[in-house]
Structure formats: C-alpha cells, structure tokens
Design a protein around this ligand. Sequence first.
Ligand SMILES: [Cu+2]
Length: 354
Amino acid sequence: MTALLTIIVLILIAIAVWQMTKIFEFSQIGIENAQVANDKDNKLNGYLMFAFLGFLYILTIFSLWKWSRVLLPEAASEHGKDYDTLMAISMALIFTVQLITQTLLHYFAFKYHGKKGRKALFYADNDKLEFIWTIIPVITLAGLILYGLYTWTTIMDINEDDDPIVIELYAQQFNWKARYAGEDNVLGDANVRFLNDYDGQNILGIDSSDPNGMDDVVSTTEIHLPVNRKVVFKMRSQDVLHSAYMPHFRAQMNCVPGMITQFSFTPTITTAEMREKPGIQDKVEHINELRAERRAKGEDLDDWEFDYLLVCNKICGTSHYNMQMKIVVETEEEFNAWMKEQKTFSETVAGTER
Ligand SMILES: [Cu+2]
C-alpha cells in the first residue's frame, strides 16, 4: 500500500513539473504556440461544462435511488419527527439553492466562453443587486437558525415533571453499562474510588453509604425501555471522551469524564413493531442475502435481526467500532417482567465484604 501511494505521489509530482514547464513556455512573449486555445477549443470546453453539470445531477439522482435504503428508518422517538423535519427542510433548501447556482454557473461558463475579439465588460458594482443577494440569504438563514434553535431547545428541555425513568449510561473502553434508578427512581451516588469493591461486584462504583443506590439495577447486556414513557439518560464516562449515540431515536450526547451529561426522549415504536416495517424488512432481507453469500464462502455468520442500538460515536480507541449495546423497546408489562428478573445492587453485593 505504501509503495503504491509513493508511486502515485511521484507520478503527481512529475505531472506538476511537466505542467509548470508548459506554463513557463506559454509565458514567453513572441513565440507562436499551437497549444494556445482557439475558438474551437473554447467552444468544446463550453459544452464540456454542460456535460459536467449533467454528470453531477445524474450521479446525485443515481446515488439517491441506489443507496437511500441505507439511510435511517423513520424516527422511533417523539422528538425525532421534529428533528427529521428540520433536516428535510435544510436539505430541500440546500438542493434548491445549489440547483439554481450550479446551473447558472455552468450556463454562463458556456454562454461566455472565449471567442476571438470578444472583450469582457467592465462593470464596477451594482448596489441594488448586492443588496438583493445579501438580504435573501440573511433572511433565509436567520429563519433556518431560529427554527433550529427552537427545535434544539424543545429537544433539550429535560424537565422531570412527567415522571420519566432515570437511567445512567456508563461508558468505558470499550463497553456500555446501564444503571436503572430502581423503585425510588433516584440514582445513588457513585464514584470511581468505589469501583470493584465488594469482591469486584461494584462495577459502577456505586456509593453504598447512599441509600438511594441500594435498589439500583445494573445491566451489562441490554437496555430495556417501555414504549411511550419518557426516559432521562444520565451519562458518565470512566476514562476518555465517548459519545452515546442512539441513531434510531435521533439522540446523541457526549460522555465526559468527571461530569454528568444528560439526554431525554420518549420512545414511540417498540422493537417488535419496528421489525414489521417494510423498510426494515427489506434491509434485513438484503443484509441476510449478503451474509448467506459470505457463509457460502465458509465464513461463520448468523442471520441478522433488527435491533435498536446504543453505539459510541467518538473515536475512543482500538475497539471503538465495537462499543455497542442492544436497546429493547417493549410494552409496559414486558418491561416490568424483565425488571423483576434483574438484581438490585443490595442483592448483588449481599454476602460479600466491602
Ligand atoms: Cu467510546
């Protein structure tokens, strides 16, 4: 790979030197040069500009058609819809503006291509024109930013009035742990100094002198959430900067060592419902076809099933790519049944010495 890159760099340097000597030749006054562009060349380049414009749009439309299925499915959280609307409006604006400006740019490059005897018009300025092309972006961008701020403050309004479940997400190289606040719905204090006491059972450093922590429940494999109930995630990190990213719920928040950050949302679609969506079924089918092909070549691969995921979205080290945890959104009854099977902190440490 390094050898290939070295060869490519050497070739590029050679081309650059060759081009520079050509420019030097052109700059010599009085020497007739057949390589100076004539009317025919200019016209051809004008048409090529059009061809390039066509190529850009054909490529865009083709990519949208071919790869839009790798995009995220519909948002599975209440605020996700606002977030997606904001994204859709921004993208529509960008596409419209770029369509107009790129078309004009390429059209003018064609219309005013070089011609023998044609002279450029000297045009100093036009206040009215400058005013128009300043004020339109100002109004559009101000509107977009205000709308974005409104959406942001709505999403980040983490009030605890409507009785949300409180869950701690604990990040470390390279896994996630989730701590439910238990019966009292209050997380007990925690500190790295208490990590691994109680014969290594205290994996989150829960402070056993705080009674709020005794009914806390720690899960190292899955996060379960009841559908349509607000959840407040409190994030901590043990070592470096991580980022808790739950793409299907349009949620992301950095996990910073030494502080607690938070994000809140209400899941609206259960895992079982999401698996029934046609878009998801297509995706699963396609991935399993690819897996079957690889299995046929001798790779050891299981069939894939859709699940919500919590992943890390900050490059935090060598196994960052695999730092993930399954999220299960289910009915209230299913959630309660799962919760009943979990051990509280006091049950976990019972019989061990601090
Ligand atoms: Cu990480």
